[in-house]
Ligand binder design. Structure first.
Ligand SMILES: NC(=O)c1ccc[n+]([C@@H]2O[C@H](COP(=O)([O-])OP(=O)(O)OC[C@H]3O[C@@H](n4cnc5c(N)ncnc54)[C@H](O)[C@@H]3O)[C@@H](O)[C@H]2O)c1
Length: 314
């Protein structure tokens, strides 16, 4: 147990990334208030934290205002996988936009530092490769993914307007594909899909020919980046990319998962969904120079941890 010298609010703290973040913050002695409506998050993700005096869970929807005394806010509340965010697209945009307004309003009242969990989806289907923070993106405003992509873009706009208009100390990170224990088993994301299919002995589904690439960041590396960004020098607002630049095709990923699980599953191909980006890879020069951050966990090692977690869950 630490000194509890900082009161820290984590919205979406019962989710995949949020639960890892809460754990790390409590471990380093911060007094953590986790706010979550448990839409995709669960109390199970919080495990031992629920009995820790440095931790508190509040069931609350960030689209409604919140009045609490805190020094720091990590704003993660938002369903992150297409299956979840497309279930109620209007609520997804509300969560991003009204959630950002409410949390920024709170930060302004209590003069808290506030970090926004933005996304590589703000780049859309990019013409620039790898993506640098100065690239403005190519996003479809009217497609089925727009509720998430445009909601997150608008949230970034709000963060920077609060910074300019109210001199708030904002920190914006753009997260690229992250994986690890506590991903949702049925969220349709490629790592969890492959691992769950392999462990169940089902066919591994690849959309398209499998030559499209993605980069995969292990959750522990990402949380390091969150903490460094929150602690970064005053006046550095980002946006800053956090992700693993190592690029793998879907076929390569499927091979790794089959090898690590020892599964006899086969690979099958299905048509590509609309607006699916062909390539996605972060340029992390800014994170390296400003935060001294870069990912350390190799894909094989992270996959082993993830497979071990899913073996336990299934
Ligand atoms: N995991 C990734 O690869 C990734 C990539 C880019 C961005 N992000 C961003 O990181 C954040 C966390 O993502 P995750 O992967 O942990 O997803 P997640 O779905 O596991 O976590 C989101 C959490 O927010 C909660 N939530 C949703 N709507 C809410 C609302 N209106 N009020 C309060 N709580 C609400 C959910 O219950 C859940 O606990 C999200 O903002 C997401 O957009 C994640």
């Amino acid at each position: 147990m630490g000194t509890y010298d900082k009161r820290t609010l984590v919205t979406g703290g019962a989710g995949f990334l949020g639960s890892h973040l809460c754990e790390r913050l409590v471990k380093r002695g911060e007094d953590v208030l986790c706010v979550d409506n448990l839409f995709t998050g669960t109390k199970r993700n919080l495990g031992a934290l629920l009995g820790d005096p440095g931790f508190e869970l509040m069931r609350h929807d960030v689209t409604f205002p919140l009045y609490v005394e805190v020094d720091r806010i990590y704003n993660l509340a938002c369903p992150a996988s297409p299956i979840h965010y497309q279930r109620d697209p209007v609520q997804t945009t509300k969560t991003s936009v009204h959630g950002a307004i409410n949390m920024l309003g709170l930060a302004k009242r209590v003069r808290a530092r506030i970090l926004q969990a933005s996304t590589s989806e703000v780049y859309g289907d990019p013409e620039v490769h790898p993506q640098v923070e100065t690239y403005w993106g190519r996003v479809n405003p009217v497609g089925p993914r727009s509720c998430y992509d445009e909601g997150k873009r608008c949230a970034e706009t709000l963060f920077f307007d609060y910074q300019r208009q109210h001199a708030l100390e904002v920190k914006v990170v753009r997260i690229f594909n992250t994986y690890g224990p506590r991903m949702h088993p049925d969220d349709g994301r490629v790592v969890s899909n492959f691992v769950v299919q392999a462990l169940r002995g089902e066919d591994l589904t690849i959309y398209g020919d499998g030559s499209q690439t993605r980069s995969f960041c292990y959750v522990d590396d990402l949380i390091d980046g969150f903490l460094l960004m929150m602690d970064s020098e005053k006046g550095f607002h980002g946006p800053v990319n956090l992700g693993n630049p190592g690029e793998f095709t879907m076929l390569e990923l499927a091979d790794k998962v089959l090898r690590i699980t020892g599964s006899k599953s086969r690979v099958v191909h299905k048509p590509l969904p609309p607006d699916d980006p062909r390539q996605r890879q972060p340029d992390i020069t800014l994170a390296k120079t400003k935060l001294g951050w870069q990912p350390k966990v190799a894909l094989d090692d992270g996959l082993k941890e993830t497979v071990a977690y899913f073996r336990g869950v299934l």
